[in-house]
Ligand binder design. Sequence first.
Ligand SMILES: NC(=O)c1ccc[n+]([C@@H]2O[C@H](COP(=O)([O-])OP(=O)(O)OC[C@H]3O[C@@H](n4cnc5c(N)ncnc54)[C@H](O)[C@@H]3O)[C@@H](O)[C@H]2O)c1
Length: 293
Amino acid sequence: MISEIKKIGIIGAGQMGNGIAHVCSLSKYEVILNDLDKDNLDKGMATIQGNMARQVSKGAISEEQMQAALDNITPSLALDSMSEVDLVIEAATEHEETKRKIFSAVTPILRPEALIASNTSSLSITRLAAATDRAEQFIGIHFMNPVPVMKLIELVRGIATDENTFKTAKQFADNLGKTVAVSEDFPAFMVNRILLPMINEAVYTLYEGVGNVQSIDTAMRLGANHPMGPLQLADFIGLDTCLSIMQVLYEGLADTKYRPCPLLVKYVEAGWLGRKSQRGFYDYRGEVPIPTR
Ligand SMILES: NC(=O)c1ccc[n+]([C@@H]2O[C@H](COP(=O)([O-])OP(=O)(O)OC[C@H]3O[C@@H](n4cnc5c(N)ncnc54)[C@H](O)[C@@H]3O)[C@@H](O)[C@H]2O)c1
């Protein structure tokens, strides 16, 4: 069984996948960054380079550290590249069927002793683990966005996760310099169980015309001392991800208080997914973000 991680495979090179690759490569792990979409993979690699260059200009890392970290990342479009890794971190779209398909495709390629983790924001770790051939070697490693900045990792054991897997994941999180909070395997775990209903309520506040985008965000920044408004934060997370998490809470806890706001649904149906699609509660296509309502 693996008790020390050296080589990591990351599946999904979007906002989270490229952030995870960024911090792992800087901590001297060898990283394979995989995506099925070439544009997203190229964009992910470019984002890592841009973010590391910013860290160099701020003096947070040296030019040599950046170069060494970039050399540690190998981009990949095929899952065959996962045959040698010690740990796979799945960071693909927040959609259970997509994740299940990834696990069925990747498990035959992995070494039997390799560990598997999901970065899911909300889905059951126990259920995802059951889509693999190694539920005892499966764990939730939930990074926060943006990964290079945010200190927390939620570690989530499924019902079958064994102690060696937990200890190895904890050591990995420690090596990245992150702080771990352990959560039981319940819908959306801890951070999103608390955060997303607040964001959904902000969208209801907008939907019901209590305030506009600007006033709701200003109210929560200055009135509750939040570093960014809830609608700005929703754009940052991705409105599709926000909606998926609310659906998981609504269905998983069977309580109408988690009903996703119809306006959130409408934005997602329009393809207005927030920053990643250039438009959400704000329009990011110009010099400064403009509220869309
Ligand atoms: N956005 C956040 O704030 C946040 C925070 C913590 C965790 N998460 C979780 O991280 C995961 C990824 O979220 P994100 O914000 O990076 O999404 P994203 O939309 O930015 O990226 C998802 C990536 O997965 C890729 N993908 C989809 N199917 C794939 C497959 N079969 N094989 C390989 N790649 C595939 C897509 O091409 C895309 O590049 C989700 O589970 C999400 O819930 C998100």
